[in-house]
Every structure is written in C-alpha cells, then in structure tokens.
Design a protein around this ligand. Structure first.
Ligand SMILES: Cc1cc2nc3c(=O)[nH]c(=O)nc-3n(C[C@H](O)[C@H](O)[C@H](O)COP(=O)(O)O)c2cc1C
Length: 175
C-alpha cells in the first residue's frame, strides 16, 4: 500500500472518542514515543515525560479525573503527557516555565497524534481534567504537570471532519 504523506495524515486526523479493545502492538508504541522524543523544544530542554497507562483501574481513575469522559477508560492505552516546567525554567526563567514547557509538550502531543493516525490508530486530545486528581491517581512526582490525556486505540467509530474558520479570516498576508 502506498504510504500517505504527512499532509494527507494532517488532513485525515480527527478526534475519535470510541475505541476497540484490541491491544496496541509494542512496536507501534515504540514508534509513537520515538516520534514524541523527536518533537522540538526550546533550547532542546525536552521538558516532558510520558506515562503509558494500561491498567484498567488507573484508566478509570483518569476518566473520572476528566469529569467522567468514559471513552478515556475504554481505550487500550492512555498516554498522559506531562510537562516538567522547571526543566525549562532553569534556562529560560518564567517564559520557560509558563510558555516553552507547554508549547514543547503540545508539539510532542501532535507528533504522537499524527503517528497514531499513520499507524491506523486513533486518539483524542483530552484537556478537560482535574490536574490534581490525575496527578494523584498516577502518583506523579511533584515536578511533573499533566497537560494532556491521550486515549489511544484502534478506532471504534469513523468520527467526522469538523469545520474550520475560513483561511481568509485566520491568515493575514503582510506584503
Ligand atoms: C487543548 C485541547 C483540549 C481538548 N480537550 C478535549 C476534551 O477534554 N474532551 C474531548 O472530547 N475533546 C477535547 N479536545 C478535542 C477537540 O474538541 C477537537 O480537537 C476539536 O473539536 C476539533 O476536532 P478534530 O480534533 O476532530 O479536528 C481537545 C482539544 C485540544 C486541542
């Protein structure tokens, strides 16, 4: 089968909120985290840590921390992307702590998500959750801030391509 271009993957990506229970092959997980590892970060500080949650009780606790978004627990794997703000702050101060560490982890999230789609898997970026509750459920060290929950699995629905604001509204050319 012909390999899809990155651009095609970007256009195809959509939020999926229903998953089959089939496990994710280990080599897929390795590819996913290698993609996360390659994300850019300010000063190459790599202020992130990724938790792979497969234990059902822990997945359930994350779904509850996410205000009962049950599809989180349904996925065979839940990736919790954590920022390590102080890793950026030691070099860049407040800008590193509050901006770069968040931007860096967001770029890692997108590397993960696009790789997930390339592998025929699906995900949804879950950002609505109680951080303290999620951190407690996973016994996270205090220097890590959970910033995104990504349930990952083979899709249980097609999902849909959602609308976007027109380019004319969001892009300004200054010639
Ligand atoms: C920062 C962020 C937080 C989000 N949080 C949630 C969430 O808690 N639950 C959810 O179902 N979708 C969540 N989404 C997914 C968005 O609803 C979705 O990306 C948007 O509607 C566009 O749809 P698409 O991803 O299918 O293109 C989040 C997306 C982002 C980027």
């Amino acid at each position: 089968m012909e390999r899809k271009s990155t651009y095609e993957i970007i256009l195809e990506r959509r939020s999926i909120r229903s998953f089959r229970s089939d496990p994710i092959p280990e080599e897929h997980l390795r590819k996913i985290f290698t993609a996360a590892q390659r994300a850019p970060s300010a000063g190459n500080r790599q202020p992130w840590h990724f938790y792979v949650v497969r234990n059902y009780e822990l997945k359930q606790a994350l779904a509850e921390a996410a205000f009962d978004q049950e599809f989180v627990a349904q996925a065979p794997v839940v990736i919790v992307v954590c920022a390590d703000p102080e890793r950026s702050a030691v070099r860049y101060g407040e800008r590193g702590r509050t901006l770069y560490s968040i931007q860096d982890t967001a770029s890692a999230v997108m590397n993960i998500w696009l790789t997930v789609v390339e592998l025929g898997l699906a995900s949804c970026w879950v950002g609505a959750f109680d951080e303290a509750r999620a951190a407690k459920a996973l016994s996270l060290p205090s220097h890590l801030r959970p910033v995104a929950i990504l349930p990952v699995g083979f899709p249980g629905e097609q999902g849909r391509i959602t609308p976007r604001r027109p380019l004319e509204e969001i892009v300004t050319f200054l010639d």
